[in-house]
Design a protein around this ligand. Structure first.
Ligand code: GLY
Length: 355
């Protein structure tokens, strides 16, 4: 019998339900590499983990739900909606367009019972994550794309937004058109450095019109019931070919949840995450007994082996959360950060990486 199960049974015999043991205080521990990549949490204490510094604000919205005993599924949907509403390069309708000048959105969501839904190449709908959830809950399918996804969204009461670019995206696109080169910049999602970051890490990215061209918010959460869920939403790679879909809406690549083991979400170069079925591969490594950070590292190393020399030009990062509420992350290159909200607060951490 697992340690967690034993703990649960001991508490149950004292008349304490799984819900009431959320009152236990979580503790932060050092991971095996000596960095603060792992947050250890007594089982069924809620925790939410998100990619990049944008995750701090998203976590706050998610915490309003799981922090008071709500469901992880509701938390991960509402959390990333905050980022979809923000003006940023890489998520929601304010994101950078494809090379034909249209913003196209990808999103996915997965709950603790292998229910999942996603949308890809969706245009003019403000909250693709909520459309993905409707696909999961109201259709016999897992994924809807393009015009069909938009039709479904409209039939569900979503509003068709204008086909216009945000001020920043318009300016980036006009700048990009001067050369029309597809050349994603790594760590473009990162907005700012914070005092919690390793001083040797990269400086805050200076945003230059035309180089805002990637990426994603991903969120994974464990609720007081001990259930895991995850979400992932993006406008994808800026200036991509029309019709390009990344890893974010691909269940098993950009997002995967197995409630017996853990939840994983990816950010970075979607093509290289799809190639290795990234999120699912990380879950399988946790199943073999690896910690979340070790499991993420294992799959990042596989990507580096596959990409060889080309690995220097891409960024791929994973965040993972196991059933015990332990979180970890790993990236191909330094510069990736992620936000963890538990009962101790909402903090940003610098991910370990291969360089
Ligand atoms: N990771 C997001 C994308 O490649 O579209």
């Amino acid at each position: 019998m697992s340690m967690d199960r034993r703990k649960f049974l001991n508490l149950s015999s004292l008349g304490i339900s799984s819900f009431t043991i959320t009152g236990f205080i979580p503790k932060t521990v050092q991971d095996i590499t000596g960095s603060s990549n792992v947050i250890s949490n007594t089982v069924v204490n809620p925790v939410v983990v998100s990619t990049w510094d944008a995750g701090l604000a998203a976590n706050l919205a998610a915490w309003k739900i799981i922090g008071i005993g709500g469901r992880a599924l509701d938390a991960v949907e509402n959390g990333v909606k905050v980022t979809e509403d923000e003006i940023n390069c890489c998520v929601g309708l304010s994101g950078n367009p494809d090379r034909d000048g249209h913003v196209t959105l990808d999103a996915s969501i997965m709950d603790h019972e292998f229910n999942c839904g996603s949308v890809a190449f969706l245009e003019r709908i403000k909250h693709p994550i909520s459309v993905a959830r409707r696909v999961m809950e109201k259709t016999p399918h897992v994924m809807l794309v393009g015009e069909g996804a938009q039709q479904f969204a409209l039939s569900e009461g979503f509003t068709l937004e204008p086909d216009t670019l945000s001020k920043d995206a318009k300016s980036s696109y006009e700048n990009w058109l001067k050369k029309s080169e597809y050349k994603p910049v790594i760590n473009i999602e990162r907005k700012k450095a914070t005092s919690q970051l390793d001083p040797s890490s990269m400086a805050p990215h200076k945003l230059i019109n035309g180089d805002w061209n990637h990426d994603t918010i991903g969120m994974i959460a464990l609720d007081s019931f001990g259930n895991l869920s995850g979400s992932c939403t993006t406008s994808g790679a800026g200036f991509k070919m029309r019709g390009r879909v990344g890893d974010s809406p691909v269940i098993g690549a950009g997002l995967y949840v197995d409630n017996e083991i853990g939840a994983v979400v990816a950010t970075g170069q979607g093509e290289d995450v799809i190639r290795v079925a990234g999120a699912s591969a990380v879950v399988e490594q946790m199943r073999q007994g690896k910690s979340p950070a070790e499991a993420c590292k294992f799959v990042v190393e596989r990507i580096r082996r596959i990409k060889k020399e080309k690995a220097k030009d891409i960024q791929v990062c994973f965040i993972a959360l196991n059933k015990k509420g332990e979180a970890g992350a790993y990236a191909l290159h330094k510069g990736f950060n992620y936000a963890v909200h538990n009962k101790e607060g909402n903090k940003l951490f610098e991910s370990s990486s291969l360089d």
